[in-house]
Design a protein around this ligand. Structure first.
Ligand code: SF4
Length: 74
């Protein structure tokens, strides 16, 4: 999952959901943000703004699943 929120670190401040509401949403019951569009491009401006704006650096982007050979055959 490329775009990711560390649920243990997130404080539910909603900076990311304000910056990029199409990609992040705030699970108010759980008290932290979740990703609803994890495959959004890394260079998407609103996602980068969300990542920069997060006060606890809970947002990360990884190229692919850790340890997985996830390339699809075509
Ligand atoms: S900006 Fe960071 S701390 Fe705030 S809700 Fe988003 S992930 Fe959580």
């Amino acid at each position: 999952m490329p775009w990711r929120v560390d649920e243990r670190t997130c404080i539910g401040c909603s900076v990311c959901t304000d910056a990029s509401p199409e990609v992040f949403w705030l699970d108010e019951d759980a008290g932290f943000a979740r990703v609803k569009a994890p495959s959004a491009p890394e260079d998407r401006p609103d996602c980068r703004e969300a990542g920069r704006g997060c006060p606890v650096e809970a947002i990360s982007f990884t190229e692919r699943e850790e340890g997985g050979e996830t390339e699809e055959e075509s």
